[in-house]
Design a protein around this ligand. Sequence first.
Ligand code: UD1
Length: 363
Amino acid sequence: MSQKTIITIIGARPQFIKCAPLTPPLDSQFNHILIHTGQHYDTAMSDIFFSDLAIRKPDINLDCRSGSHATQTSFMMTQLETIYQKKKPDLIIVFGDTNSTIAGSLAAAKSHIPILHIEAGLRSFDKKMPEEINRICTDHIATLLSCPTKNAVRNLKKEGITKNVFFHGDIMLDAQNHFLKKINLKKSLKIFSTLKIQAQPFALLTLHRPSNVDQKKSLTHIFEALKGYSLPIIFPVHPRTKQKIKEFSINVPNNIYCIDPSGYLDMLQLIYHSCLILTDSGGLQKEAFFSKTPCITLRNTTEWIETLSYKANQLVIDSKNILNKEKLATALKTKPRFSNNTNPFGTGKATQEIVKTIENFLA
Ligand code: UD1
């Protein structure tokens, strides 16, 4: 076992998934400290991921909770700076594009601690998304950059970042392959009897982007467009969206079945059993692709452009941030093409590649 200290920062749902395959090898090879910022804190948003994915208890929880971007980020940075000073890590690992990512990396850069950014190089080219700012800033101060796709490597090159850039593939594919073995896809879903839905097929909907849910107009538009859809739509509701539905007194149409946010294993079941995914989540676009489920993305950009070129995913929000009903209607009719040849997200061995890169760097 190496004497080197590594701190991994996680805080939001997608980061719990990404850290699941990486935590065991890091625990066995290094002095590994797992920090949960507490950005997501509910049982349904946090605890269930730790039990579903068998992730060990974090060593430290900052209990940051909700707040404005500046409040959340500055709170995390202040706490992390003190921890970094005390623990003197040799490397900080951050994932993706959330406020926990930028807080962990900014505090590290200012303390001259090397940073490994997993899921580097993603760009939606929409700076109105908080995630785009978090990605760009993190990539420009990271020491090691682990890219999930070759397109991500090209994006970094265009911004002059070429040193220590690696194409490792997507660690979410490792997680999905691993946890698929833990569930029985042949078993019928309990949710159907709970919701008293007659039978499959069904569509799966998730919404949480501020651009879709923070304005009454955009959220109402989406529900209205889906009102006449012929299939039942199962909708695990993110707390932000739940709050907005209540605040705007929106009546969700009868064909949309609202349920609590799903844990990882239930979500995998829903993804594999659904015949269509409607989402504004980045992670779910990829999970749809991995499972060969057609996807309609309720956004006007995507950082996962590989899914578009395979016609497996279609964007249906126009540049003025309004749902394009014609595009949606066409997308609902289009048969997607899935290529079985090469997977743009790698071979499902990102974890091993990342660990090798860390070993070489810390040797
Ligand atoms: C965050 C990430 C987003 C990621 C998403 C995954 C940022 C800027 N955004 O968005 O990139 O796709 O996580 O889900 O970091 N809330 C609860 N309980 C919780 C967590 C949140 O009630 O456990 C509510 C709070 O009212 C909060 C709101 O949800 O204000 C939004 O949460 P927040 O963590 O700020 O961002 P997300 O929308 O979840």
